[in-house]
Design a protein around this ligand. Structure first.
Ligand SMILES: [Zn+2]
Length: 57
């Protein structure tokens, strides 16, 4: 699981399989990814991490 970072701002959440995670992607834990999604961090529309994590957004 990865999320794209723009300095300290989270820009989007990705799965590890995503082919377009962005230049600043950093690996995070599953729990961190879920928390980010629940705090209005947009999920990547390409790899759909919200679906992969079983979150209904
Ligand atoms: Zn993605």
């Amino acid at each position: 699981m990865e999320r794209g970072l723009d300095r300290n701002n989270i820009v989007s959440v990705h799965t590890v399989e995503c082919w377009d995670p962005g230049k600043r992607a950093r690996p995070v834990t599953r729990a961190q990814a879920i928390e980010a999604l629940r705090h209005q961090v947009p999920a990547c529309s390409k790899c759909q991490p919200d679906t992969a994590l079983g979150i209904e957004v």
